[in-house]
Ligand binder design. Structure first.
Ligand SMILES: Nc1ncnc2c1ncn2[C@@H]1O[C@H](COP(=O)(O)OP(=O)(O)OP(=O)(O)O)[C@@H](O)[C@H]1O
Ligand SMILES: [Mg+2]
Length: 330
């Protein structure tokens, strides 16, 4: 018999969220941790570390411990999780419900479980991230009716068709928001000869990033290091040039959605033509992305009202209503 978890955890590449039954989402922080350079003592977790990225001296090591939806640095992940669980009031031995991407290997899944156990968790239940997102976004996942969910986060894009409490078709690609930040930084270096940091590139993406489908126009000035002179240099970027830089990542995301539709059985396909697809994840807010996906598939796209909270909202619902968990946990 499954005892109800005491906390639900979305260990995202960019953001970690923790749901506490009765209190809701109690932690929503960047997945970052800063450790001391000499003794690896804990210096900070979450948002304070965001300001340190690219700015720390040798005595402080800011770490981004999760990459492409999986644990990249186990020790740093544990330190970060321990702090978040404590902040969530999870007690010393919480029972955790943790979501993992659908494409994860058993080794990757074990590293998530190991990190959770070494934080003191007395049990770890794993659910599939896009299924949690579908529940969080309010899709009727239990019914014998096809529903489609596309989650575009920082490290991974996942696309699934769900019906009767399970995933029928799943496709994913480890390309998402972080790759766009890198593409913007590479563009600014190759076209303007100026090196900018990834945090600046992310600000550009959020402020003026778009797909070609977007009809607006915007500009933004950034400062970086001029490669030829080594001096600070200001450049003004346009949304058009940024959308060119983002195009390969956008194509990869569209490709995953198309591949999912191609392998969906006909009855479910007919349901999707009717109901459309739901988009979640922080990147669902990129200007023109939902429209681009809709244009290329002919299927309508709805963005969930709180797209980056959908996974943890859905896991939270599973904690609150064990019938959901019984239906989907594997
Ligand atoms: N308004 C916005 N426009 C464009 N991108 C955005 C916007 N807001 C957030 N993002 C991007 O969304 C991504 C974060 O989304 P989210 O929090 O869903 O990811 P995550 O769950 O941490 O990652 P993953 O699911 O891949 O492990 C980041 O790349 C961030 O820059
Ligand atoms: Mg996510």
């Amino acid at each position: 018999v499954l005892r109800a978890p005491t906390l639900a955890l979305d260990l995202g590449n960019a953001n970690t969220r923790v749901y506490h039954p009765g209190r809701g989402v109690v932690v929503d922080e960047p997945s970052l941790v800063a450790l001391g350079g000499s003794d690896r003592s804990l210096i900070a977790t979450g948002s304070p570390v965001k300001a340190m990225m690219g700015r720390a001296h040798a005595g402080v090591i800011p770490i981004h411990p999760l990459r492409h939806g999986v644990v990249f640095e186990l020790d740093a992940t544990e330190r970060m999780l321990r702090a978040f669980i404590q902040a969530a009031g999870g007690g010393r031995h919480p029972r955790l419900l943790v979501s993992v991407p659908t494409g994860t290997t058993s080794v990757e899944r074990r590293s998530v479980e190991q990190a959770a156990h070494s934080c003191g968790a007395s049990s770890v239940t794993v659910i599939e991230e896009p299924l949690a997102a579908a529940i969080g976004a309010g899709l009727p996942v239990e019914r014998p009716l096809g529903g489609m969910l596309v989650d575009v986060g920082a490290g991974i894009t996942e696309s699934v068709v769900v019906s009767m409490g399970g995933i029928v078709t799943a496709r994913s690609v480890r390309i998402a928001g972080d790759d766009m930040d890198e593409a913007i930084a590479e563009h600014v270096l190759s076209h303007h000869g100026v090196a900018i940091g990834l945090p600046t590139a992310e600000r550009v993406k959020i402020a003026i990033g778009a797909t070609h489908t977007w009809r607006g126009a915007a500009t933004m000035a950034v400062v970086g290091v001029h490669r030829a002179s080594g001096l600070p240099r200001r450049v003004t970027l346009t949304s058009t040039e940024v959308s060119h830089a983002l195009e390969p990542a956008v194509r990869a995301i569209v490709g995953v959605v198309v591949a999912t539709l191609e392998s969906t059985p006909p009855e479910l396909s007919a349901d999707l033509a009717e109901s459309g697809m739901m988009m979640t994840g922080g990147l669902a807010r990129l200007r023109g992305l939902p429209e681009r996906v809709a244009n290329e598939t002919g299927v309508t796209v709805t963005v969930s009202p709180r797209p980056d909270r959908a996974v943890v909202d859905g896991s939270g619902r599973c904690v609150e209503e064990p019938r959901f968990l019984a239906a989907i946990a594997r």
